[in-house]
Design a protein around this ligand. Structure first.
Ligand SMILES: Nc1ncnc2c1ncn2[C@@H]1O[C@H](COP(=O)(O)OP(=O)(O)OP(=O)(O)O)[C@@H](O)[C@H]1O
Length: 301
């Protein structure tokens, strides 16, 4: 397992940012870390990089505690604000990476920089935001991490640069088998990139698992709304399996678990990853209990 959280909690003066979180993220996967503002995503990434310590429970990186040399050597972290020195040249910046990382790979770092058309003697302060992101990514990947943690690193980039940097990131991750955990609010972008998902809400794990398995164990059902029910669903639909319902005029659409139980008169579709995530983000319903073993797991927030 790349990441394992056991009863993980972190409290600030304002309250619990994360509480009783239990999850495992397998190695070699690209995990989307999603959740509304304040859900605890950055807190989790800061716990994984030892920028914060847990209040309760523990988090393990490939079995090691964050902050130990073993965990640090294997992990790279890229935050939205990239702490680069504007007075350094790009070459100085990479030299800095080489001096501070035992596993440094200069060739990879230079290749990523040059692929963006950036010359090594350029001063960092003269680069665009997209170019700075590329330098930060070169520093992160030059470290040859096994786990790459990304806290909305592309949020301030225009769509074209974003697409280009995401492509670069995914190509490097696939080639080297790097485990990636990436927080993002851009759900539409995650579909073709992520094969695992961890959805946090109110500091708790609401959904975690393989994206394909999660899609296959849910359905979007559409049918004529039942006038007698507040949610528009007919009485035979088991409310315990309903994640979220939307009424539009006389039509009702619902995201449900266990689609096999749904009556055949309903129009049933496999949800896209975006449909699934939106359903859980909108929903305040109690999630289903965690399955006995394997498969997608969901827990109470
Ligand atoms: N250093 C801190 N001191 C006090 N409270 C904090 C601190 N860091 C986070 N919090 C609080 O913890 C909660 C979770 O914040 P966090 O930044 O982890 O959420 P997030 O999911 O990353 O949100 P966003 O999508 O807005 O970046 C919020 O209520 C936030 O105010």
């Amino acid at each position: 397992m790349a990441l394992r959280a056991t009863r993980l909690g972190r409290r600030f003066r304002s309250g619990w940012a994360l509480r009783d979180c239990e999850f495992e993220l397998p190695a070699g996967r690209v995990t989307a870390l999603v959740g509304p503002n304040g859900a605890g995503k950055s807190t989790l990434l800061h716990l994984a990089t030892d920028l914060l310590r847990p209040t309760t429970g523990e988090l393990r990186i490939f079995g090691a505690a964050p902050g130990t040399a073993e965990a640090r050597d294997r992990t790279a972290f890229l935050a939205q604000d990239k702490p680069l020195y504007p007075r350094f040249t790009v070459a100085d910046t990479l030299r800095f990476g080489r001096e501070f990382n035992r596993t440094w790979d200069q060739a990879t770092a230079e290749r990523i920089v040059r692929a963006g058309g950036i010359d090594l003697p350029t001063q960092v302060g003269t680069l665009s935001q997209g170019q700075c992101t590329r330098i930060a990514l070169a520093l992160a990947l030059g470290k040859r991490p096994e786990l790459l943690l990304l806290d909305e690193p592309l949020a301030d980039l225009d769509p074209l640069v974003r697409h280009e940097v995401m492509g670069l990131l995914m190509a490097e991750a696939a080639e080297r088998g790097i485990t990636v955990v990436m927080s993002s609010h851009v759900l539409s972008e995650l579909e073709n990139v992520c094969d695992y998902v961890l959805l946090l809400k109110h500091g708790g794990v609401r959904l975690v698992g393989d994206t394909q398995e999660l899609r296959e164990t849910h359905a979007l059902i559409t049918g004529r709304a039942d006038d007698g029910a507040d949610d528009g669903l007919p009485p035979e639909v088991d409310r315990a399996t309903v994640v979220e319902t939307a009424l539009t005029g006389r039509q009702v659409t619902a995201l449900v678990r266990e689609p096999d139980l749904v009556d055949r008169r309903w129009l049933t579709e496999t949800p896209s990853l975006e449909d699934l995530l939106l359903g859980y983000l909108r929903s305040d319903a109690r999630p289903a209990p965690r399955p006995a073993h394997g498969g997608p797991a969901e827990e109470a927030a």
